[in-house]
Design a protein around this ligand. Structure first.
Ligand SMILES: [Mn+2]
Length: 326
Protein backbone atom coordinates (compact mmCIF):
# COMPACT_ATOMS: atom_id res chain seq x y z
CA UNK A 1 0.00 0.00 0.00
CA UNK A 2 2.87 2.41 0.69
CA UNK A 3 4.14 2.22 -2.88
CA UNK A 4 0.64 2.96 -4.12
CA UNK A 5 0.49 5.99 -1.83
CA UNK A 6 3.84 7.19 -3.25
CA UNK A 7 2.52 6.88 -6.81
CA UNK A 8 -0.65 8.78 -5.87
CA UNK A 9 1.31 11.55 -4.20
CA UNK A 10 3.67 11.99 -7.12
CA UNK A 11 1.15 11.80 -10.01
CA UNK A 12 -0.93 14.71 -11.24
CA UNK A 13 -3.50 13.11 -13.53
CA UNK A 14 -5.55 9.97 -12.91
CA UNK A 15 -7.98 7.85 -14.86
CA UNK A 16 -10.13 5.56 -12.72
CA UNK A 17 -11.84 2.57 -14.24
CA UNK A 18 -13.35 -0.78 -13.31
CA UNK A 19 -15.04 -3.91 -14.59
CA UNK A 20 -17.94 -4.21 -17.04
CA UNK A 21 -21.45 -4.70 -15.59
CA UNK A 22 -21.10 -2.07 -12.86
CA UNK A 23 -22.28 -2.84 -9.33
CA UNK A 24 -22.43 -0.99 -6.02
CA UNK A 25 -18.85 -1.76 -5.06
CA UNK A 26 -17.14 -0.83 -8.29
CA UNK A 27 -19.21 2.33 -8.76
CA UNK A 28 -18.90 3.29 -5.08
CA UNK A 29 -15.15 2.76 -4.88
CA UNK A 30 -14.56 4.50 -8.23
CA UNK A 31 -16.59 7.57 -7.34
CA UNK A 32 -15.00 7.77 -3.90
CA UNK A 33 -11.47 7.62 -5.25
CA UNK A 34 -12.21 10.04 -8.12
CA UNK A 35 -13.60 12.61 -5.65
CA UNK A 36 -10.86 12.03 -3.10
CA UNK A 37 -8.11 12.62 -5.68
CA UNK A 38 -9.82 15.87 -6.71
CA UNK A 39 -9.96 16.88 -3.04
CA UNK A 40 -6.18 16.32 -2.99
CA UNK A 41 -5.91 18.82 -5.86
CA UNK A 42 -5.34 16.19 -8.55
CA UNK A 43 -7.02 15.87 -11.91
CA UNK A 44 -9.12 12.68 -12.03
CA UNK A 45 -11.52 11.16 -14.53
CA UNK A 46 -13.87 8.23 -14.05
CA UNK A 47 -14.11 6.28 -17.28
CA UNK A 48 -16.37 3.26 -17.80
CA UNK A 49 -17.74 2.02 -21.13
CA UNK A 50 -20.98 0.49 -19.95
CA UNK A 51 -24.51 1.35 -18.83
CA UNK A 52 -25.32 1.76 -15.15
CA UNK A 53 -27.99 0.15 -12.99
CA UNK A 54 -30.82 2.52 -12.22
CA UNK A 55 -30.61 1.98 -8.46
CA UNK A 56 -27.14 3.58 -8.28
CA UNK A 57 -28.21 6.87 -9.86
CA UNK A 58 -28.50 8.46 -6.39
CA UNK A 59 -24.74 8.02 -5.98
CA UNK A 60 -23.23 9.57 -9.06
CA UNK A 61 -25.73 12.43 -9.20
CA UNK A 62 -24.21 15.12 -11.42
CA UNK A 63 -20.87 13.35 -11.81
CA UNK A 64 -20.12 12.83 -15.49
CA UNK A 65 -18.89 9.29 -16.03
CA UNK A 66 -16.96 9.30 -19.30
CA UNK A 67 -16.76 6.78 -22.12
CA UNK A 68 -13.24 6.11 -23.42
CA UNK A 69 -13.94 8.12 -26.59
CA UNK A 70 -14.81 11.20 -24.54
CA UNK A 71 -11.34 11.50 -23.01
CA UNK A 72 -9.49 14.26 -24.82
CA UNK A 73 -6.31 13.57 -26.80
CA UNK A 74 -4.61 16.10 -24.56
CA UNK A 75 -5.15 13.95 -21.48
CA UNK A 76 -4.10 10.78 -23.27
CA UNK A 77 -0.91 12.31 -24.60
CA UNK A 78 0.11 13.57 -21.15
CA UNK A 79 1.41 11.48 -18.27
CA UNK A 80 -1.34 9.76 -16.34
CA UNK A 81 -1.81 6.99 -13.80
CA UNK A 82 -4.53 4.46 -14.52
CA UNK A 83 -6.24 2.94 -11.48
CA UNK A 84 -8.17 -0.30 -12.00
CA UNK A 85 -10.65 -0.94 -9.18
CA UNK A 86 -12.55 -4.08 -8.25
CA UNK A 87 -11.45 -5.99 -11.33
CA UNK A 88 -9.63 -9.33 -11.26
CA UNK A 89 -8.80 -9.51 -14.95
CA UNK A 90 -7.28 -6.80 -17.15
CA UNK A 91 -9.43 -7.98 -20.09
CA UNK A 92 -12.58 -7.23 -18.11
CA UNK A 93 -11.75 -3.55 -17.66
CA UNK A 94 -14.45 -1.42 -19.27
CA UNK A 95 -12.04 0.98 -20.95
CA UNK A 96 -10.24 1.25 -24.31
CA UNK A 97 -7.11 -0.88 -24.66
CA UNK A 98 -5.12 2.16 -25.87
CA UNK A 99 -5.86 3.94 -22.57
CA UNK A 100 -4.43 0.96 -20.69
CA UNK A 101 -1.39 0.75 -22.95
CA UNK A 102 -0.36 4.39 -22.81
CA UNK A 103 -0.74 4.78 -19.04
CA UNK A 104 2.44 5.72 -17.24
CA UNK A 105 1.63 3.53 -14.28
CA UNK A 106 -1.14 0.99 -13.72
CA UNK A 107 -2.43 0.50 -10.17
CA UNK A 108 -4.56 -2.53 -9.41
CA UNK A 109 -6.73 -2.32 -6.29
CA UNK A 110 -9.03 -5.28 -5.82
CA UNK A 111 -10.39 -8.12 -3.67
CA UNK A 112 -11.22 -10.82 -6.27
CA UNK A 113 -9.73 -14.20 -5.56
CA UNK A 114 -9.12 -14.60 -9.29
CA UNK A 115 -6.98 -11.41 -9.48
CA UNK A 116 -3.69 -12.15 -11.22
CA UNK A 117 -1.89 -8.94 -10.09
CA UNK A 118 -1.78 -7.34 -13.53
CA UNK A 119 -0.79 -3.87 -12.28
CA UNK A 120 2.61 -2.22 -11.97
CA UNK A 121 1.63 -1.97 -8.31
CA UNK A 122 -1.03 -4.16 -6.75
CA UNK A 123 -3.08 -3.77 -3.61
CA UNK A 124 -5.05 -7.00 -3.72
CA UNK A 125 -6.57 -8.44 -0.55
CA UNK A 126 -8.76 -11.40 -1.42
CA UNK A 127 -10.44 -11.67 1.97
CA UNK A 128 -11.40 -7.98 2.09
CA UNK A 129 -15.15 -7.37 2.11
CA UNK A 130 -15.05 -5.04 -0.87
CA UNK A 131 -12.84 -2.83 -2.97
CA UNK A 132 -14.53 0.05 -1.19
CA UNK A 133 -12.93 -1.18 2.04
CA UNK A 134 -9.49 -1.16 0.38
CA UNK A 135 -10.04 2.34 -1.00
CA UNK A 136 -11.21 3.40 2.46
CA UNK A 137 -7.99 2.02 4.03
CA UNK A 138 -5.91 3.77 1.42
CA UNK A 139 -7.51 7.20 1.57
CA UNK A 140 -7.81 7.15 5.36
CA UNK A 141 -4.05 6.68 5.44
CA UNK A 142 -3.45 9.52 2.96
CA UNK A 143 -5.73 12.10 4.61
CA UNK A 144 -8.71 11.15 6.72
CA UNK A 145 -9.92 14.78 6.72
CA UNK A 146 -10.59 14.78 2.99
CA UNK A 147 -13.33 12.14 3.31
CA UNK A 148 -16.46 14.21 2.61
CA UNK A 149 -20.04 12.98 3.25
CA UNK A 150 -20.31 12.23 -0.50
CA UNK A 151 -17.18 10.08 -0.44
CA UNK A 152 -18.37 8.36 2.75
CA UNK A 153 -21.70 7.61 1.08
CA UNK A 154 -20.06 6.08 -1.99
CA UNK A 155 -17.80 3.82 0.12
CA UNK A 156 -20.66 2.85 2.43
CA UNK A 157 -22.71 1.79 -0.61
CA UNK A 158 -19.89 -0.44 -1.88
CA UNK A 159 -19.51 -2.03 1.53
CA UNK A 160 -23.24 -2.66 1.99
CA UNK A 161 -23.78 -4.12 -1.48
CA UNK A 162 -20.72 -6.39 -1.55
CA UNK A 163 -21.48 -7.83 1.89
CA UNK A 164 -25.19 -8.28 1.10
CA UNK A 165 -26.06 -5.81 3.87
CA UNK A 166 -23.41 -7.32 6.18
CA UNK A 167 -24.79 -10.86 5.94
CA UNK A 168 -22.08 -12.65 3.87
CA UNK A 169 -19.02 -14.11 5.55
CA UNK A 170 -16.77 -11.46 3.98
CA UNK A 171 -18.27 -8.91 6.42
CA UNK A 172 -15.78 -8.91 9.25
CA UNK A 173 -14.90 -6.73 12.21
CA UNK A 174 -13.06 -4.16 10.07
CA UNK A 175 -16.15 -3.79 7.87
CA UNK A 176 -18.31 -2.82 10.85
CA UNK A 177 -15.67 -0.41 12.14
CA UNK A 178 -15.47 1.13 8.67
CA UNK A 179 -19.27 1.44 8.51
CA UNK A 180 -19.34 3.20 11.88
CA UNK A 181 -16.60 5.61 10.81
CA UNK A 182 -18.34 6.38 7.50
CA UNK A 183 -21.61 7.11 9.32
CA UNK A 184 -19.74 9.56 11.52
CA UNK A 185 -18.32 11.15 8.35
CA UNK A 186 -21.80 11.77 6.94
CA UNK A 187 -22.88 8.62 5.09
CA UNK A 188 -26.69 8.42 4.99
CA UNK A 189 -27.54 4.76 5.56
CA UNK A 190 -31.27 5.17 5.01
CA UNK A 191 -30.70 6.74 1.63
CA UNK A 192 -28.72 3.64 0.64
CA UNK A 193 -31.46 1.32 1.93
CA UNK A 194 -34.21 3.27 0.16
CA UNK A 195 -32.36 3.66 -3.12
CA UNK A 196 -31.02 0.12 -3.43
CA UNK A 197 -33.37 -2.12 -1.48
CA UNK A 198 -36.68 -0.27 -1.33
CA UNK A 199 -37.08 1.05 -4.86
CA UNK A 200 -37.93 -2.04 -6.90
CA UNK A 201 -40.21 -1.27 -9.81
CA UNK A 202 -43.52 -3.11 -10.13
CA UNK A 203 -42.29 -4.72 -13.36
CA UNK A 204 -39.07 -5.87 -11.68
CA UNK A 205 -41.04 -7.66 -8.96
CA UNK A 206 -43.24 -9.30 -11.60
CA UNK A 207 -40.12 -10.39 -13.49
CA UNK A 208 -38.68 -11.78 -10.25
CA UNK A 209 -41.83 -13.83 -9.73
CA UNK A 210 -41.57 -15.28 -13.23
CA UNK A 211 -37.87 -16.02 -12.78
CA UNK A 212 -38.48 -17.68 -9.41
CA UNK A 213 -41.13 -19.85 -11.05
CA UNK A 214 -38.30 -21.54 -13.01
CA UNK A 215 -36.55 -22.55 -9.77
CA UNK A 216 -35.31 -26.14 -9.59
CA UNK A 217 -33.61 -27.89 -6.67
CA UNK A 218 -31.33 -30.88 -6.92
CA UNK A 219 -29.66 -32.02 -3.69
CA UNK A 220 -27.66 -29.11 -2.27
CA UNK A 221 -27.90 -26.90 -5.35
CA UNK A 222 -30.65 -24.96 -7.01
CA UNK A 223 -30.91 -22.90 -10.16
CA UNK A 224 -33.15 -20.57 -12.13
CA UNK A 225 -33.26 -19.40 -15.72
CA UNK A 226 -33.89 -15.87 -17.01
CA UNK A 227 -34.63 -15.63 -20.72
CA UNK A 228 -34.21 -12.49 -22.82
CA UNK A 229 -37.90 -12.58 -23.75
CA UNK A 230 -38.81 -12.31 -20.03
CA UNK A 231 -36.75 -9.10 -19.76
CA UNK A 232 -38.47 -7.79 -22.86
CA UNK A 233 -41.91 -8.72 -21.58
CA UNK A 234 -41.44 -6.63 -18.42
CA UNK A 235 -39.21 -3.93 -19.91
CA UNK A 236 -36.51 -4.55 -17.29
CA UNK A 237 -32.91 -4.04 -18.34
CA UNK A 238 -30.25 -6.68 -17.92
CA UNK A 239 -28.22 -4.41 -15.57
CA UNK A 240 -31.08 -4.33 -13.09
CA UNK A 241 -31.17 -8.09 -12.45
CA UNK A 242 -28.01 -8.41 -10.35
CA UNK A 243 -29.81 -9.47 -7.15
CA UNK A 244 -32.12 -12.16 -8.56
CA UNK A 245 -29.54 -14.90 -8.02
CA UNK A 246 -30.00 -14.60 -4.25
CA UNK A 247 -33.31 -16.47 -4.42
CA UNK A 248 -31.39 -19.61 -5.39
CA UNK A 249 -28.97 -19.68 -2.47
CA UNK A 250 -31.31 -18.39 0.22
CA UNK A 251 -33.19 -21.71 0.24
CA UNK A 252 -32.97 -23.94 3.28
CA UNK A 253 -30.74 -26.94 2.60
CA UNK A 254 -29.12 -25.33 -0.43
CA UNK A 255 -25.39 -24.57 -0.46
CA UNK A 256 -24.97 -23.58 -4.10
CA UNK A 257 -27.27 -21.37 -6.17
CA UNK A 258 -27.02 -20.67 -9.88
CA UNK A 259 -28.76 -18.19 -12.16
CA UNK A 260 -28.54 -18.50 -15.95
CA UNK A 261 -29.20 -15.24 -17.80
CA UNK A 262 -29.63 -15.34 -21.53
CA UNK A 263 -28.00 -12.48 -23.47
CA UNK A 264 -29.06 -12.59 -27.10
CA UNK A 265 -29.15 -15.93 -28.90
CA UNK A 266 -25.64 -17.13 -28.23
CA UNK A 267 -24.46 -15.83 -24.90
CA UNK A 268 -25.34 -16.80 -21.34
CA UNK A 269 -24.17 -15.11 -18.16
CA UNK A 270 -23.99 -17.56 -15.26
CA UNK A 271 -23.94 -16.32 -11.66
CA UNK A 272 -22.91 -18.60 -8.80
CA UNK A 273 -23.50 -18.06 -5.07
CA UNK A 274 -22.61 -20.29 -2.16
CA UNK A 275 -23.44 -20.18 1.52
CA UNK A 276 -20.74 -21.86 3.56
CA UNK A 277 -18.22 -24.17 1.99
CA UNK A 278 -18.25 -24.36 -1.80
CA UNK A 279 -15.66 -22.17 -3.53
CA UNK A 280 -17.61 -20.82 -6.49
CA UNK A 281 -14.56 -18.96 -7.81
CA UNK A 282 -13.14 -22.39 -8.57
CA UNK A 283 -16.31 -23.46 -10.39
CA UNK A 284 -16.57 -20.24 -12.42
CA UNK A 285 -12.92 -20.43 -13.44
CA UNK A 286 -13.61 -23.79 -15.15
CA UNK A 287 -15.66 -21.71 -17.60
CA UNK A 288 -13.11 -18.86 -17.88
CA UNK A 289 -14.88 -16.75 -15.28
CA UNK A 290 -14.00 -15.91 -11.71
CA UNK A 291 -14.83 -13.86 -8.66
CA UNK A 292 -14.91 -14.70 -4.98
CA UNK A 293 -15.35 -17.78 -2.77
CA UNK A 294 -19.07 -17.09 -2.25
CA UNK A 295 -19.95 -15.11 -5.39
CA UNK A 296 -18.61 -15.61 -8.88
CA UNK A 297 -19.69 -15.67 -12.50
CA UNK A 298 -18.80 -16.56 -16.04
CA UNK A 299 -20.03 -16.00 -19.58
CA UNK A 300 -20.66 -18.91 -21.90
CA UNK A 301 -20.88 -18.34 -25.64
CA UNK A 302 -23.55 -20.87 -26.43
CA UNK A 303 -27.34 -21.18 -26.53
CA UNK A 304 -29.25 -21.16 -23.24
CA UNK A 305 -30.17 -24.91 -23.23
CA UNK A 306 -26.57 -25.86 -24.13
CA UNK A 307 -25.08 -23.63 -21.44
CA UNK A 308 -27.50 -24.93 -18.79
CA UNK A 309 -26.73 -28.55 -19.69
CA UNK A 310 -22.98 -27.95 -19.72
CA UNK A 311 -22.87 -26.23 -16.33
CA UNK A 312 -25.30 -28.62 -14.63
CA UNK A 313 -23.33 -31.64 -15.84
CA UNK A 314 -20.16 -30.11 -14.50
CA UNK A 315 -21.81 -29.27 -11.16
CA UNK A 316 -23.17 -32.79 -10.74
CA UNK A 317 -19.68 -34.22 -11.35
CA UNK A 318 -18.06 -31.64 -9.08
CA UNK A 319 -20.43 -32.39 -6.19
CA UNK A 320 -20.00 -36.13 -6.70
CA UNK A 321 -16.21 -35.81 -6.61
CA UNK A 322 -16.46 -33.99 -3.28
CA UNK A 323 -19.06 -36.36 -1.88
CA UNK A 324 -21.70 -33.58 -1.74
CA UNK A 325 -24.15 -35.14 -4.19
CA UNK A 326 -27.00 -35.91 -1.83
MN1 LIG B 1 -16.27 -5.92 -5.19
Amino acid sequence: MNQIIDVINSSKTFIITSHVAPDGDNVGSSLALTWFLRAMGKESYYVLNDSFPQNLAFLYGNEKILESSELSKQILSSEYTLIALDCGDINRLAIGKDIINTANTLLNIDHHQSNNEFGDYNYVVTDASSTSELVYNLISKIDDNLISPKIAQALYTGLVTDTGRFQYDNANKSSFLMAADLLSKGADKQEVTRSIYQSDSFDYVKLSAETVSTLEKEGIFSYMVLETKMLEKYGVSYEDTENLVNYTVNLDGVELGILFKERGSNQVKVSFRSKQFINVNEIASKFDGGGHMRAAGCTINNSLPEAVAMVLNYIREYLKEHGWNH
